[in-house]
Ligand binder design. Structure first.
Ligand SMILES: *[C@@H]1O[C@H](CO)[C@@H](O)[C@H](O)[C@H]1NC(C)=O
Ligand SMILES: *[C@@H]1O[C@H](CO)[C@@H](O)[C@H](O)[C@H]1NC(C)=O
Ligand SMILES: *[C@@H]1O[C@H](CO)[C@@H](O)[C@H](O)[C@H]1NC(C)=O
Ligand SMILES: *[C@@H]1O[C@H](CO)[C@@H](O)[C@H](O)[C@H]1NC(C)=O
Length: 320
């Protein structure tokens, strides 16, 4: 993933999207509804709000939801992830029952416990992500129940039934350290890894097939009336290796002949462009051509300036 081209685009993209997020949402139901597609426990990972992994109580397996997840993470990751999801499912069953008891609820109604936690990162100029903020909150039957206040390192109860949990959890320093540490370190490491994998997988996909250049010959006025400038523009090609020649009556022109080149430059859409120009006397009647060879896409084209040159000659100094 880290050849120079990829790193370059990687930085380009980093600048266009400033913050990124990785969240996990777990949902437990107090009873089996017995409806198809409704599971008493589900878990999913979201990268920038796109689902990247999924687990439910029926399949009992954590699975990738994006091809790059499948490609980039080894089987071990999914085995461990599955174990972790299964133990969270048990934790949910136990804890929904505790809350039901605490709120003197019975099995007549359905109750829902949700846990959402994760981190947001801000992209730095060096292309890495820095911790921006974390989130760790529980809701019960759709209402906020308990959340972690990162600034003060305390749990916040959002309903009376949560007070007891707050007191209990505040008294466990290890839990606070773990919650903070998970967000700032582990979660951020995964966010960085996922995000880079995602960006790289995008670039790979787009770059799998070579793109042929479009070739244009352009004519411009220059500062002096007696001269005009000829430009050969090749754009939209990938990969970046390309040969361009401007020829006068079939003879290649070089720097000594006044040829100037932009070199290969990136376009916004991950393809490349190259511009070569030469300044000539307006009255020059030689035949100028531009030859572009892009081997990767089997392109070898030659364009001639003749007609454009004529147009410029006829609309001298009033051209747009
Ligand atoms: C949830 O569903 C699984 C299988 O679908 C079942 O084994 C488990 O007992 C259920 N748990 C509850 C609390 O209904
Ligand atoms: C369960 O709770 C509901 C509402 O709180 C109540 O109407 C119902 O009678 C209770 N059922 C049992 C079996 O206790
Ligand atoms: C005009 O073009 C000619 C031919 O390329 C070149 O020799 C000359 O230096 C140009 N004049 C200026 C002022 O750039
Ligand atoms: C490109 O085409 C020109 C003319 O058709 C030919 O003379 C030249 O050898 C070709 N170049 C390559 C690299 O195929």
């Amino acid at each position: 993933c880290f050849n120079p081209v990829v790193v370059f685009f990687f930085k380009l993209r980093c600048q266009s999207f400033k913050t990124h997020s990785l969240y996990y949402i777990y949902t437990g139901l107090s009873k089996d509804l017995g409806l198809p597609g409704i599971h008493n426990f589900t878990a999913m990972g979201l990268l920038d709000n796109r689902m990247i992994d999924y687990f439910d109580s029926e399949t009992q397996k954590k699975v990738p939801k994006q091809t790059w997840m499948k490609d980039r993470l080894d089987p071990e990751y999914w085995v461990k992830g599955t174990q972790s999801r299964q133990s969270k499912q048990q934790w949910f069953e136990v804890n929904i029952n505790i809350l039901k008891d605490r709120m003197r609820q019975n099995d007549t109604d359905l109750h829902v416990l949700q846990w959402m936690h994760g981190c947001e990162g801000e992209v730095q100029p060096d292309g890495n992500m820095k911790f921006y903020r974390g989130m760790d909150r529980y809701s019960y039957d759709g209402n906020d129940f308990l959340s972690f206040d990162f600034a003060h390192s305390v749990w916040v109860a959002h309903m009376p039934a949560a007070e007891e949990t707050k007191r209990k959890w505040d008294d466990v320093p290890v839990l606070k350290d773990y919650t903070k540490g998970y967000m700032e370190n582990e979660c951020m490491q995964w966010l960085n890894k996922f995000w880079k994998s995602y960006v790289c997988s995008n670039i790979k996909l787009r770059f799998v097939s070579p793109a042929p250049p479009e070739v244009y010959v352009l004519t411009r006025d220059t500062n002096i009336e007696s001269n005009i400038s000829l430009t050969c523009l090749a754009t939209g090609f990938y990969p970046q290796d390309i040969i361009t020649w401007i020829k006068r009556d079939g003879r290649k022109l070089y720097r000594e002949d006044g040829l100037e080149s932009s070199g290969v430059r990136p376009n916004e859409d991950d393809t490349f462009q190259r511009r070569d120009s030469v300044e000539i006397l307006r009255k020059d009647k030689s035949k100028y051509t531009c030859e572009v060879i892009h081997e990767a896409s089997s392109v070898n084209v030659t364009r001639e300036w003749g007609k454009n040159l004529f147009l410029v000659l006829t609309c001298f100094s009033f051209c747009f």
